[in-house]
Design a protein around this ligand. Sequence first.
Ligand code: NAD
Length: 329
Amino acid sequence: MGEVRRVLVTGAGGFIGHHLVKYLVAKGYWVRGVDIKLPEYEPSPAHEFELLDLRRFENCLIATRGVEHVYHLAADMGGIGYISSVHAEVARNNTLMNIYMLEASRINGVSRFFFSTSACVYPLYLQREPEVRPLREEDAWPAEPEEGYGLEKLYMEKLCQYYREELGLETRVARFHNVYGPLGTYDGGREKAPAAICRKVALAQDGGEVEIWGDGEQTRSFMYIDDCVEGIYRIMHSDYPHPLNLGSEELVTINQLVDMVAEIAGKRIRKRHDLTKPQGVRGRNSDNSKIRQVIGWEPRIPLREGLVPTYRWIEERLRKEGRLSQTTA
Ligand code: NAD
């Protein structure tokens, strides 16, 4: 591959992008970060950070100048409440960013392009039961993805394939399954289940109640952020050009997730289930056979272990915001 020194991370103001910038800087790369916003909770260690709206082609040309590798993580996204309510905006924003980033990378002679897609590309008809069969890469077709967000990701996976096959841009594609960890959004409507539950438990009193979306028997697997950035790097540097799952195989119900967080917090927590709230697919898990086979690695950090720093970080943030009362602090 030759020695690559200069890389671009888009979405560098976001949760995974920011962690990836830190990881790449620590590995000795020169990193340009691009986003429409700065990282919220700590400064970016990127050598250069540019505030650019990647829905504009000319900005994608600016972002990709003089770099060899592009990690394209920027996306309009959020938790299930968000992505199930704004299909038009999410699909439009991500379509524009994705196609312009691919084309700008090609024009600027980028040698490798990483795209973060999602477990939301998998067909809904395979995810109707909590005892779900783990999803294999080939299950994505015939397609019935999540409306808006998932459909757009699936389409971009194909564009990456076409650009690689016909236009000579090496592309790598990873389907992330629920990522969590410190510095992730924990409030405001775009947060995901682990962060939302950590926040609710931190704000509850011992013996208090938290609201759970759905009956809590929906199942998921969750990947700790350190596994995610390492997986991104390994997939980017592998020879395998087709989409790969990047997720944990440790399946839990949302009720079990709440129990784990309550135990970490040292609180007795009662669950109040709100059946009117969106809960997404009934069950979803990653099948890691392919990544084990082609990369010889898979995410390994147990959920219970990764939740400890995540909970502590969210609790600390809430304390700084003055939202923990004396009794809960
Ligand atoms: P995030 O929202 O924290 O980061 C995405 C970043 O993209 C944000 O900082 C946002 O400002 C930026 N962005 C949005 N619109 C932009 C624009 N027009 N121009 C420039 N930047 C823009 O989300 P994340 O969790 O860090 O996700 C990173 C990637 O991983 C995304 O592609 C997402 O679809 C994918 N993904 C994440 C998860 C997860 O569990 N976090 C799961 C599946 C896939």
